[in-house]
Design a protein around this ligand. Sequence first.
Ligand SMILES: [Mn+2]
Length: 338
Amino acid sequence: MNLETINAIDALLETPQRIVIIPHKNPDGDAVGSTLALWHYLNDMGQQAKVIAPNDFPKFLKWLPNNEQIINFEKDAASAKELINDATAIFTLDFNHLGRIGELQPLLEEASATFVMIDHHQEPSDYAKIMYSDVTMSSTCEMVYNLIEAHKGISYITPEIAICLYTGIMTDTGSFKYSSTSSRTHIVVASLIEKGANNTLAHSMVYDTNTPSRLHLLGCALKNMVILEEYRTAYITLSQEELDRYDFKKGDTEGFVNYGLTLEGIIFAVIFIENKDEGIIKISLRSEGDFSVNEFARAHFNGGGHNNASGGRSEKSLSETAQYFTSILPSYKDQLTK
Ligand SMILES: [Mn+2]
């Protein structure tokens, strides 16, 4: 965190602000963990803060302390609007482009508040006056830790803040195994455990929550997996009909894409999920090593993200999308097999 950023945040928080904290749409563990942790911290500082999420977040995060105070814009647009119009500072966490917040976008574009961005994704846009953007960070939660450390010091990390940050770092690093996990990440995580984060609880609350239908859906996904050894690639398709058959609930396919990477020799894994309601195929892409799924998703699937984890979409049918995907692999053969 550079001095200029921390001084700007310092100056902003010196006087009482009316603060709104916003995660991206379909908030994940890092988005919910970081916004809740910051909410705890700012309220502890005597600031008036609220978290407004563009839509609902997964059930496996609904145990984090005070998660019930998060306002869901889809359910309570009126109070969200009022808070945003009235805000003097808006913190946007775990995204860097206002296109990532769905229906909240126009409200934020019109807001007169001072914007603060805390984020670790690539190519930030420039809507925020105060920007803490660092693509080398494992997670936004690690960045919130750094912010607290630089602002008032880690003695202000309560057990509530610690468990929120721990959970976000855990989920965004695939339980501390992605390449973004640094020695510093482990130091932060160790410190969070010392501050009272119950790490065993976080793992079991997030990961040991399968339903029988989700495991059956996983079975279906694994059966559908296509392995293209010559490109060191594996992909999965799930049709709407299959999702319906296994009683799909939002979040059920979380993590499925990673199974491809567990195959020996496979470094590129993709899942294509049909969404009849939206008329699109949702795509998640993962890689190991240097192959950039961020660039791949930007170039072909109207998406982006990180080098080893990105997302995208397609307006073609499920089978056409898979066919198109297979057809562009030869032009990446060198990168995939070097
Ligand atoms: Mn993140």
